[in-house]
Write a protein that binds this ligand. Structure first.
Ligand code: ADP
Ligand code: MG
Length: 701
């Protein structure tokens, strides 16, 4: 009955009506009583304290003072008048000031009676003043419902124009509480409540809206955040379990001769421990009866490619084909060349399929793919075309997944009845926190160790005015036989401007590094793929010493001899992009450098980004900072941001609660996968509602 009552459309609530209802809906997405009580305050004003006037500090937020008005006067100012009241307590004097509504104030204020005033204070000429204070007679204040910690709800201009102020919202919520007698259906099991010492749902709801004190507020927040994160995790984990049960995969049960031969005779280096561990995780997935759905995270240069290749060899050993999809032609090409090199003498057929592969060659690939003659196909989006039909695709690997949408990924195998195993590789280090909430339904492997012998890249920040010194440094490095990247931003909205920046930069470099002593490549998005490829290859082969480029080279390109990365207008890049770019150097044995060039004008956020880059090479640390700066929605694009539309929890700040919630959700499902046990009835009910309505807050109460 509780649940039904809460589904009442908000227009029926006393004091709302159709007009305000439509504003509530459009501004805050509130349609029902339920939605309204799940509108949580984003902060609270502490009204537990009364301040003495002589103890007021400058720059405090709102304060509450008890005192009397001794007299009122009108003061002329440039535009109209202001009304000023002298307000005294037993310690001192301050002013209350009004610019609007003066007539009403003048007629209604009582002199020499105790008032409680509340508001923000200004300090001017040795006196504190409070403009437009909230005020209440002390006698009324003492009679009324004591809201010690005043909630502050989200507000918009439209809302306040329609008179839906903070106070009105609070009153509306109060009404619902009165009608429900303050009783809300419990949504967590007695066991969890007891173990975590949580307060009840009803108590939590009351104290989130009308906190009795700081301590109860903290408990209410904890309990509701936990509940929110718990149900998200429960959903993700259940989905993952169901997936494993329902989606059959091809069992790759043997490690065959090809894998073994490669491992023993062709592996050019010893695998790092992290690579070995991740391979083991992948092998155990592939050997089970379920389809693998794994995200492989590893910082730039951590050696994901070799892991991918060895997984593909397992597929081939078990009689299947494998494919590897990359986001750009350059990268696909590089994978193709690198993998061919690694597979020399192993006797595997590998082909490359990209947009620029000629029709005739394409036809051959299609045929070989269907006959099964072709074992590994590497390529770009071209792999997603309908014409690409495999005989038996057993493993699909997607590199640098942040460039592909989920829908595209599934296109890889939509024709198969049994889907291939899927390995998604990303060098965008997603902080574990976020990965857990976003990809709770994927399994995650992390390569958290770089191959041995890498020297950490030295990163510095230089202003444009130091350019001559930077150029001198470049000359010295080139003299030592090194190669240099100079990267310019490319932001879609101002492609024309960026292009001009790039060309200006290119010309100035050509001037300072004249031919024939210096050879310079240039690559940007407006070039034809063949031309790009040609220029790229010149740099890869060492025919040019400087590569001037836009961010097209961001992803994956591997030129071990390049040891200096100069990033122009570095303040315009995001942190993860800066880190990706820096990852293009530091791949060889030489000391590498990253030079971040900027103008003097820097925002605080840009400064933080630059300082972070200079401080650390650790992609995960950088990702955490990025997450804090930009918020999670941005980091992942819009892809799965629905998950991040949290009402009360914050994925970054509430990391610990998230971990606890995940732990409890996991334990619960391990112990009772179908939530059939009596003790879990409450959770089962809530969960069923949630799955049905796809919104955990709609039906929790
Ligand atoms: P990423 O994870 O960025 O894709 P790559 O797979 O391109 O990294 O590897 C980066 C470089 O490190 C390559 O030149 C690769 O040959 C080398 N590499 C990978 N694993 C090891 C290892 N265990 N020992 C030494 N070098 C390695
Ligand atoms: Mg790579």
């Amino acid at each position: 009955m509780n649940a039904n009552f809460l589904q009442t459309p908000i227009a029926y609530l006393k004091g709302v009506g159709p007009n305000r209802a439509s504003t509530l809906q459009s501004e805050l997405g509130i349609q029902t009583y339920q939605d309204l009580i799940n509108l949580f305050p984003h902060r609270y004003i502490d009204k537990t304290q009364y301040y003495k006037i002589n103890l007021l500090q400058q720059n405090t937020s709102e304060v509450q003072v008890v005192g009397k008005i001794t007299h009122i006067k009108s003061v002329a100012q440039k535009k109209g008048n202001r009304l000023v009241a002298t307000f005294l307590d037993d310690t001192g004097k301050m002013e209350l000031v009004w610019f609007r509504g003066q007539k009403w104030i003048r007629e209604n204020l009582k002199l020499n009676v105790p008032y409680v005033v509340f508001g923000k204070t200004n300090f001017y000429n040795g006196t504190f003043s409070m403009p437009h204070p909230e005020m209440e007679l002390l006698v009324d204040h003492e009679k009324g419902l004591k809201i010690y910690m005043q909630p502050v709800y989200p507000s918009t201009e439209k809302l306040s124009n329609k008179g839906i102020t903070n106070r009105v919202l609070s009153k509306l919520i109060q009404q619902i509480f009165v009608e429900l007698n303050g009783k809300f259906t419990e949504a967590l099991s007695p066991k969890i409540i007891e173990e975590l010492h949580l307060i009840s749902k009803s108590e939590a709801m009351f104290n989130i809206h009308f906190p009795k004190n700081q301590e109860l507020l903290a408990k209410a927040q904890f309990r509701l955040k936990f509940e929110e994160l718990f149900y998200i995790q429960l959903q993700l984990i259940a989905k993952n379990m169901l997936h494993k049960k329902r989606i059959k995969g091809f069992p790759f049960d043997k490690v065959g001769t090809i894998f073994t031969d490669f491992y023993n005779n062709h592996l050019p280096f010893e695998l790092t421990n992290a690579q070995k561990r991740v391979l083991k995780e992948i092998r155990s997935d592939l050997g089970s009866n379920a389809q693998m759905n794994r995200l492989l995270q590893g910082d730039v240069g951590s050696g994901k490619t070799i892991v991918a290749l060895m997984a593909m060899l397992l597929a081939i050993d078990n009689g299947f084909q494998a494919c590897l999809m990359a986001p750009t032609e350059i990268l696909a090409n590089q994978h193709f060349v690198g993998i061919q090199e690694l597979l020399e003498g192993v006797g595997i057929t590998v082909s490359l399929l990209t947009g620029s592969v000629k029709k005739s060659a394409r036809k051959v690939i299609h045929e070989q793919l269907e006959s099964g003659e072709l074992q590994i196909l590497i390529g770009t989006h071209a792999l997603l075309e309908d014409k690409v039909q495999y005989k038996n695709l057993g493993l699909a690997i997607v590199d640098e997944q942040h460039r592909f949408g989920v829908a595209q990924r599934s296109k890889l195998w939509h024709k198969n009845t049994i889907p291939p195993h899927v390995l998604v590789m990303t060098a965008t280090p997603i902080p574990r926190t976020l990965a857990m909430s976003l990809y709770g339904d994927l399994d995650i492997s992390v390569i958290d160790e770089l191959p041995p012998g890498r020297k950490p890249i030295k990163t510095v920040h230089r202003y444009d005015s130091n350019r001559l010194k930077v150029f001198q440094f470049i000359r010295e490095e080139i003299k030592k036989g090194r190669q240099i990247y100079v990267v310019y931003p490319l932001i879609q909205e101002s492609e024309v401007l960026d292009y001009k920046d790039l060309m200006d930069g290119y010309e100035s470099i050509v001037r300072d590094f004249p031919q024939p002593e210096y050879q310079i490549s240039i690559v940007h998005g407006q070039m034809k793929p063949v031309d790009k490829e040609y220029e790229m290859q010149r740099f890869v082969k060492g025919e040019t010493q400087i590569m001037v480029a836009t961010t097209v080279i961001e992803v994956g390109v591997n030129v071990p001899n390049a040891s200096v990365m100069i990033i122009e207008s570095a303040e315009r890049f995001g942190l993860s992009q800066l880190h990706q770019l820096r990852g293009r150097v530091g791949r060889g044995a030489d000391q590498s450098f990253c030079i971040l060039m900027t103008s003097f004008k820097l925002s605080t956020e840009a400064k933080t980004r630059l300082e972070t880059m200079v401080r650390t090479n650790d992609g995960f640390e950088i990702a955490e900072v990025d997450l804090k700066l930009r918020g999670p929605g941005d980091l992942m694009g819009t892809q799965q941001s629905g998950m991040l539309n949290l009402k009360i929890a914050d994925i970054v700040r509430d990391n610990d609660i998230l971990k606890t919630a995940r732990y409890y959700a996991l334990q619960l499902l391990k112990d009772d996968p179908t939530l059939a046990k009596d003790e879990n009835a409450v959770i089962n009910y809530t969960y069923a509602q949630l799955v049905r309505h796809k919104n955990i807050w709609k039906y929790i109460s």
